[in-house]
Design a protein around this ligand. Sequence first.
Ligand code: PLP
Length: 401
Amino acid sequence: MIKISERLGRVEYAIRDIILHAREYQKTGKKIIYLNIGDPVAFDFKTPVHIKNALIDALNHDNDYYTDSEGWLDLRQSIVEKESGKKGLDLAFDDVLVTNGVSEGLDMVMGSIIEEKDEVLLPGPYYPPYSSYAKFYGGNMVEFKILDDGTPDIDDIRKKITGRSKAICLINPNNPTGEVFDKKSLKSIVDVASENNLYIICDEIYDEIVFDNAFSFIGNVAKDAPVVLLNGFSKTYSMTGLRCGYICMNNSSRQLDSLRHNIFKLARVRIASNLPVQIAANAALNGPQDHIVQMRQKLQNRRDLVVKRLDEIDGVYCKKPKGAFYVFPKINLQNRWKSDMEFVIEMLNSTGVLTVHGSGFGINGSNHFRIVYLPQENVLEEAMDRIELFLKKNNKPCFVI
Ligand code: PLP
């Protein structure tokens, strides 16, 4: 056997790693209710027709050649309009780099800023690739606390900043908790990061999937701080499989100048992102937006259903998410399960409902599990019936406040 790199061993992705157990279950011939992956297209949120048509037209007109490494200019300009308009970030088109999904953008940013033993601060629980990429490039993830009212513990952040700290990452709205930071919290984090010469990497991929209250964009508090915004088309435009995202670097920030001038080297090494998809993404930004309103309404109904059902189970505690499409209930393992992973696997094997163990989202995710509430109401009702029965069968209330 030829050796692989040691750093590859540091990479994990719970959301997909759990699928291995699902495959075993499927061998029994039984069907699974998948509540593990946040892919709208797998449910009744299909890519809007005008976006698909733009993609087909691009191919029919032979627009499938290598394009500029930085991204197709028309799309970069449309991204500037989206992110600098009401979202408030100061941008010119050459502050924008188009990537094959937010995932590639995150990889490029982490690869551009992390040195051996550097630390990246982030509120836990968090979307796992943040930790995987930080570790892959030799760094480490340091989780900071979120207070009970959903605001970040700024004192905890200050305590955790060391000479090795490189960046503060924010996922807003958050995956897996659906937590959304208010404007004051964002401003406090931006101030702390800026004072300490740290990058602020903010992922707003769920910026249009926010319920109840208006959403505060990082751009509106960025001023001249070193804010690097990640966003993409997978969720809002149901374009998961098409792979398109982007990186925006605050034009007003001099602290970002070195990154701004050098990150494009990485973009050139991988040649370019997919041109037909960029053309479709441009149609997404410039075409009708009414599907977003419908999506939000459907998701709000589904969130309310799942939260209500969880609340009805004796002893269940589940915070109502304010955005994205996940709920993250807390579980008391008592002596019944050794870990939240064991709980999730046993629940899969007894009910056929596939969720994700909370510890896959960092230390603060332990003793939780994540449910994706993208499926239609009848599927969610069926899944919740089975989860409820499973919990009742296990006798004592499994969840605690
Ligand atoms: N960022 C967050 C917070 C996510 O939850 C996800 C997918 O679930 C991604 C990024 C992946 O985005 P993309 O499909 O653009 O790579």
